[in-house]
Design a protein around this ligand. Sequence first.
Ligand code: IPE
Ligand code: IPE
Ligand code: MG
Length: 249
Amino acid sequence: MALFQKKNEPAQVEADLTRLPRHIAIIMDGNGRWARKRGLPRTAGHAAGAETFRAIATYCKDIGIDYLTVYAFSTENWKRPSAEVSSIMGLLKKYLLEAIGQMERDRVKMEFFGDLSPLSPELRELCERTREISRHYEGCQVNVCLNYGGRDELIRAAQAYAQDCIEGRADPNHLSPERFGGYLFSKGVPDPDLVIRPSGELRLSNFLLWQSAYAEFYFTDVLWPDFSKEELHRAIAAYQGRNRRFGGV
Ligand code: IPE
Ligand code: IPE
Ligand code: MG
């Protein structure tokens, strides 16, 4: 990979594939703009974005990333026109059906973060089926955030925790970050080391608010459908050039 230099980042050379982040999280943004630039409907951007997801997830597995978490649909994305929401749901269905057909070959463990109850019964069943089939796979776990919002996740966790306190299963004097983390969708998954947001937006948009407390961030102007292995290498190389201190010296 060529040398690159980005504002605020030191010059980086190729990513060292022997020192990878254990958990990468990606906000898959920019599908609509990608389509608009080509005079295509936004839905074509979502279709292209789904292909990029397939390629990047496979690549992460191949290079040995343990966890990949992707933001596919937020709790706020229901505000979009219903035709766009339906088309995204249709693409998810198509994606999951294809994934189920290839699961034995790919052996990627699939999980879903988010409240799946507002999804169609068919889509919910597909999520459940992919989760079930891949349950025992080891190597790479892909968490798809669907109807996911960081605040929603925290409120649900607080409610479940309060209920456990009321029913005597938990004691508020003994609440710790580790215990509270056990109430989140991400239960059992280590925090992301690297959060990537393509599309030029410099915000989290309600993604992994709790989990990204000490994540390293990588922003790029590349739109998600154009995101490539090379771009992932750039993000990993940038991450490898950072000094993570976790509050220490
Ligand atoms: C991300 O792309 C996909 C979803 C949010 C579902 P966008 O659809 O947000 O694309 P832009 O930001 O409009 O370009
Ligand atoms: C974040 O992107 C959600 C996903 C990529 C699924 P948005 O496009 O919804 O975020 P905003 O609206 O630009 O903050
Ligand atoms: Mg967007």
